[in-house]
Design a protein around this ligand. Sequence first.
Ligand code: FAD
Length: 261
Amino acid sequence: MKNFNFKSPTNTKEATKLATGRATYLAGGMSLIPAMKLRLAAYSDLINIKKIKGLSGIKVSSKSLKIGATTTHAEVASSKEVGKSISSLAILADSIGDPQVRNRGTIGGSIANNDPAADYPSACLALNAIIHTSKRKIPADKFFKGIFETDLKKGELIESVEFEVPEKSSYAKFPNPASRYAIVGVYVAKLKKDVRVAVTGVESCVFRCKKLEDALSSNFSTSAIDSVNISSKGFNADIHASAEFRAHIIKVMAKKAVSSC
Ligand SMILES: Cc1cc2nc3c(=O)[nH]c(=O)nc-3n(C[C@H](O)[C@H](O)[C@H](O)COP(=O)(O)OP(=O)(O)OC[C@H]3O[C@@H](n4cnc5c(N)ncnc54)[C@H](O)[C@@H]3O)c2cc1C
C-alpha cells in the first residue's frame, strides 16, 4: 500500500500509455484504496483519471443515455436528465452506500470492479448497455465475466456507459443494512424489443434471469412472476442470507420492481 507513484494525466491517450506493468487506474478510490490498505492488492503506479476532461458528464438522446466513466453516483442520482429519461437509474445511484461513497464513487469504477453485489452491473445488463472503452465498444452481455472479473484488457480504460432508454424500468434492492450493497437486487426493463431482468448479489457475478424474462415477456405483470420457479442451486450463502432465502427474495424484488414500473 505504502509505496506507489501517483500520476494525474489530463487526457485518455496519456492515461492509457501509463497503464503498463503494475500500474492501475484510480477513479473514486472507494474500492481500490480499501483493497490496497488491507493489502489485498498492491500497485507500482496509481493513474488518477478524475482530471481527464471529457470522461465525466451525462448526454441524453431519445434512444440512449450516455454517462461518462468518472461521473459520480451522486451526480447520476441528482441529474434531471437521468431522472427524466431513466428514473430507475437515478434511484439505483441514490441507493448506493452512503453520501461519502456516492460523492466519490464513479460508474466506471463500479462496473470495472464488478463486485458480485454491486448495483450498476444489473442496470447495464437490464438496459442493454454498451460499454465504450479506449479500444472498443463492449455489449454489457459480454462485459461481466465472473467475480471481480470483466472483459477489460490490461490498460483498457472505460470512457462511458451508454444505456438504452426503456419503455418501462425499475430496480428493487434488498440491501445489506450496513453497506447498502445488494443482498439481492433485481432490475427489470421493458425495452422496445424485449424484456430484460438482471439479478445482482446472488451469484459470483451479475446475471440475467431467463425464467423471469420469459414470464414477463408474455405477461408484464406481477402475477406472471407467481408461477416462476427459481432454484437456489449455485446461489451465494453467507452470514446475511441463505441460498434459499435469496431465491425467494428474487421473486419478491422482481414483483416490487414490476409493480413500480
Ligand atoms: C462503505 C461502502 C459502501 C458501498 N456500497 C455500495 C452499494 O451499496 N452498491 C454498490 O454498487 N457499490 C457500493 N460501494 C462501492 C462503490 O460504489 C464504488 O464506487 C465502486 O465500487 C468503485 O468505484 P470507484 O470510482 O470508487 O473506483 P475505484 O475504487 O477507484 O476503482 C475500482 C477498480 O476499477 C478500476 N477502474 C476505475 N475506473 C476505471 C475506468 N474508467 N476504466 C477502467 N478501470 C477503471 C480501478 O483500476 C480499480 O481496479 C460501496 C463502497 C463502500 C466503500
